[in-house]
Design a protein around this ligand. Structure first.
Ligand SMILES: Nc1ncnc2c1ncn2[C@@H]1O[C@H](COP(=O)(O)OP(=O)(O)OP(=O)(O)O)[C@@H](O)[C@H]1O
Length: 241
């Protein structure tokens, strides 16, 4: 039942944003966390009835010293080609650069390594495990921490690299990926990040939970604002003067 619900929401997002074309070779960025594990299973299931025929592989970046052997086994069972890339991202971020706010450098390094590997392997698309709660949190974080109205896109065409990033889970709430992970016993790899649970994102996650408790529906409305056809550039001097 859970997989049916996940598939129906993912299919809606894939259709709404025209995420998959015939002959695509899609690399799932498989961190070993609950979200990307859920994404891999969704796309593997979706492949069976998708009107577009596409190839699916998985890429895992090892930030340094993580045992990803359960992911080899999983991909073998799912009959998905699997690539693990050894990196020294953890060392660069924490030991060499000693970053106080490590998330953005880490995300940039991961993005570069993941997209580069996908290109080398002949992929046309990279699928990431961002979900609806990630979108809400990112949207709020950009306002509260950066003073701008911004969020990642469900689909980003990267012209220079000739690669498109897709996020098929943007209509799926986080509790659903937790539920699927428990129900189907996905082999979660413990998050190796030393900052896990102590990040700005975690603060925002808790804020959204509090907000939604005190103002039921506010989470839905924040997400709705992302899809609202009204322009986000609210005080556009050129338009107003
Ligand atoms: N080490 C990695 N190797 C491959 N892909 C990754 C890796 N880390 C992150 N990604 C991809 O980027 C997405 C967003 O990364 P983020 O760190 O925000 O993960 P997350 O929200 O904790 O998700 P997950 O539960 O999949 O780890 C992941 O869902 C995954 O698709």
């Amino acid at each position: 039942m859970t997989m049916q619900k996940l598939l129906s929401k993912a299919r809606q997002a894939i259709q709404d944003f025209d995420m998959i074309q015939d002959n695509d070779k899609i690399a799932v960025g498989l961190s070993g966390g609950k979200d990307s594990l859920t994404l891999l299973h969704i796309l593997k299931n979706y492949q069976r009835f998708s009107p577009q025929k596409f190839e699916l592989i998985a890429i895992t970046l090892n930030p340094g010293g993580v045992d990803n052997s359960p992911l080899y086994k999983l991909c073998e069972d799912l009959d998905v080609e699997f690539h693990e890339v050894q990196t020294n991202i953890k060392e660069i971020v924490f030991d060499i650069r000693k970053e106080k706010n490590p998330c953005s450098l880490c995300a940039n390094l991961r993005r570069g390594a993941l997209n580069g590997t996908a290109k080398e392997l002949g992929c046309t698309k990279v699928a990431l495990g961002h979900h609806k709660d990630d979108a809400i949190e990112t949207f709020l974080m950009s306002m509260l921490y950066e003073g701008r109205v911004n969020c990642f896109s469900p689909k980003t065409v990267m012209d220079k690299q000739d690669l498109t990033i897709i996020r098929p889970m943007i209509y799926i709430e986080e509790y659903m990926t937790k539920k699927a992970t428990r129900e189907y016993n996905y082999p979660v790899i413990e998050n190796p990040c030393p900052a896990d649970g102590h990040t700005n994102r975690q603060n925002i996650k808790e804020l959204v939970q509090r907000l939604n408790k005190e103002m039921p529906g506010s989470k839905k409305n924040i997400f709705g604002a992302l899809n609202n056809p009204d322009k986000l550039f609210i005080w556009d001097k050129e338009k107003i003067k």
